[in-house]
Design a protein around this ligand. Sequence first.
Ligand SMILES: Cc1ncc(COP(=O)(O)O)c(C=O)c1O
Length: 358
Amino acid sequence: MESIQFSKPTISLEKSDYTEIHKIINSGWVSIGVNVERLEAEFRSRYKVKHAIACSSCTQGLVVVMKAAGWRNKKVAVQPFTWPSTVYAIESNIGNVPVFCDIDPETWLIDINNLPVKAYDAVLAVDTFGNQAEIKTNKPVIYDSAHGFDLKDLGHRGIAEVISFSFTKVVSASEGGMILTNDNRLAETASELRRLSCRMPEINAVIALRSLKNYEKNQEAKIKIIDRYLKSFEFKFNTQRIQSCTNYSVFSILLDTPDERDAIAHALKKSGVEFKTYYDPLVSGLKNIDSVYSRILSLPVYPQIADVQDKICDIINAAAKSASIAQKIRHYSSSVPTPGKRYLKKSGYLDTYLRKQL
Ligand SMILES: Cc1ncc(COP(=O)(O)O)c(C=O)c1O
């Protein structure tokens, strides 16, 4: 079997898109133009939200939103079971420190009840793998909705939400993000900061507009792939409990034991099937996160794998069956290092975190 990537962008442009791209290049208006405005209008009407501000990435969108919201010198509650961008964004604004909080063991969403209310000033909540987070607190909340395209309450949670259009997402601009907010003042400042630091190129907007049109078709194919996995597996496993809705942005299973997960991971690697053990936690020592991380396996779910999916299932089933033989393979994590993690480790948040535990 040929090697299988973990994810592949489902970008497919049509003739009219290439014509538009030519027009953009010839016009010289290559950033925040009519296509970006079209994309923003689509989001405003789709989610009945007052402001949609397209930007260069979700990471930069989060930085801008926090700056626009005046979050400085804040203790920001966040789950370390996330992509490093979430914490990078917190630390990019002056004086902010992350206060790490454990997740719910079933939904893998931040469980804010694990922190005393006095321990944090604000929350940056993550829609883990596309599972919609809903935070009940009197403190201000921003949603890292990188994986949150099309969640049912999108556009109406917290003071702002930021979506990602990177190449692994259900709707992709190749790279990009979208800030959603109903706060006029925040939107005004965020738009200004976006012009300064994270403009969305027009070409990316053309790609995102096409991706939006293809979303239903691609999503249907993806759900079929997930369904086939669920029906084919011949061993005990768990999946993420959906709190109220999900878009299945990332599909992960939770094995009963780390040995079983590691045996399956080893077999997949040997056969050239790329997998992830998302998310590599930014700190260890939080019970539920450590437990989930030691047993989680995220699998490829893009439509192009349909033809080889039965083979992938066979590999997984065979490995799960012989898991007891493979007990010496310990703690398998995906081979590609997580970008930014080393920088964050050096940047001081770990000290802050450890001091809080003492
Ligand atoms: C939870 C989370 N936040 C932020 C990001 C960063 O998004 P972007 O690559 O658009 O900056 C990601 C990327 O996948 C993510 O998973």
